[in-house]
Design a protein around this ligand. Sequence first.
Ligand code: C2E
Ligand code: MG
Ligand code: MG
Length: 581
Amino acid sequence: MDQESSKGQQPSQRERFLESNLLRDSRILEHTHSFIVEYNLKTKQCFIDPAQRQYVYGDWQEKIQQGCWLHADGADFKQVVLKDDIQKAEVFFDFSDLKAGEHREMDARFYVEAHTYEWFRTSLVCYADARGQKERVLITFTNAEQELETLKKLKFLLAKDPLTHMPNLDSFVHMTDGMIQSQKDQSYAVIRMDIDKFRMINQMYGTKEGDNILRYIGVKIQEWAGPVMELCTYCRVSSDVFCVCMPTEADAIAELIDFLQLSLRAYPLKFDMVMSFGVYITCEEDRREHISVSTLMDRAASAQRTVKDSYVNHVAYYDNVIRKKEIAEQIIVSEMKKALETNQFQVYLQPKCEMDTGKIIGAEALVRWIHPSQGIISPGEFVPVFEKNGFISELDHFVLRATCEMIRRWLDEGKKVCPISVNISRTDLYDPNLLAQIKECVAQFGVPHDLIAFELTESAFVSDNMQLYNLAKLLRENQFHVMMDDFGSGYSSLNSLREIPVDVLKIDLKFLPPSTDDKRGNVILHSIVDMANRLGLEVIVEGVETMEQAQFLLSIGCRNAQGFYFYKPMPVSEYERCLEG
Ligand code: C2E
Ligand code: MG
Ligand code: MG
């Protein structure tokens, strides 16, 4: 029995009944941001269930304990009601003409903490005693603002992906976090997966069929995981990417992967569909440091990238090699801005030459990071990172500026000047100001446009190639030379030669290596050179490393090359000496 209600008297059976009712109600109300106060009209005392006290705002408790603040006579309620709402509160709390069985409701702003009032839905019911006389008033306070929050949360928790009806990413993150936090000693596997070449499936069979496949995978994951999301969470992340999180058991992970691969093979489509999986197993440190679910998913994604579109492996676990690579990436990201400001990036030049005479006909600007403690870092390590975080556009601009500055100096010094090409990253293509920036920079140094060329690379994405087409066209309209870089790599297509307006085709021997025992490879190379010649495109072969390669290239009608056999990328001063000598 609570002291506020009894003040020493023994409770009657009826009182006990009322209190047990109140207690039951309070359990129900526990999750609804509500609490009930009972006011005894005869004793003018208040009762509040001890279990509910935690839901009552600090100052209120004290006031409730003090007694009759709810009673209009006492007028104490004025201390907890916002001034604007006092008038209606006076009517609501005026119990003088309250009838047994009467019900009242009021929306008003109540004090919750210093200078803060929140909306409460307040309702009361007046109960009668055994003789039918009004005896008690039960007043329910429901914090409408918090209730709205709860509703939002519930809605969010139930948020589904409209296509597969699986939980969406937000609810997955929320549920997975809850699951991991509730079992702190348990290790979990976060498995990220997608279908190899899904884009192609969409293109070949239409997006409707693509959607059917995604729904089918959704059904299979749910079939495997079962309906209880407390034990295993899953979602469709986006497009064809799905994620599952479950307690780590090696057998279960392999089972899920086999089950999905087999299910996919059983799908009636004349296409050998395969999924790639990246697995991250949580460790104690993750739990201790409360590493976010999205970081765990990123790690699974890093593992998955190592096997994406591989013909041999379809499953990769996040391991130390990947962790080290990520740490190296983090260092790159954290230091890149300062490195640019402190001139740690330098432009190297690799001469391009006529193979039969050895004469230098131009050069490619290749950036190097001269790191104070790590020495020279090659662009292969940082360019992909910068392409991901967007810093590449700043770096490319820096390289262009440095190149223009260099050409200006040569012109001023009356030196021999050959055209220099700079690389434009695929991710720069979407910058609407790119052309204007290029023109402005070149104009600032008064560099004739035919001394600057731009190397562009095709992309696996059709939309990127539209941008590429536009940029190439605009650059050529402005009398700049445009080179198609890395022709022969996985991305380039013969069709693009017809569509994308370029002046020079750069064929990379890395992708099309000639060899004495690879006749077919040589025929392909020969044909590409022939075709380019007939299309009136200049050809330059890069990656030439041996005399045999150079001789073969000359024999098939290639005259110009860039490669270690002739020159390696070198500092500008060395290039100047090469030109003079
Ligand atoms: P890329 O534009 O195709 O540049 C040619 C790469 O081939 C250079 O590598 C060059 O050093 C290398 N190479 C040249 N001849 C040979 C050879 O005979 N054998 C071999 N094995 N390699 C040879 P590097 O300088 O490491 O650059 C790699 C890639 O990084 C470049 O490929 C380019 O895509 C990118 N990159 C370099 N500098 C920049 C830049 O300033 N901006 C952008 N966006 N990308 C750059
Ligand atoms: Mg290049
Ligand atoms: Mg290249």
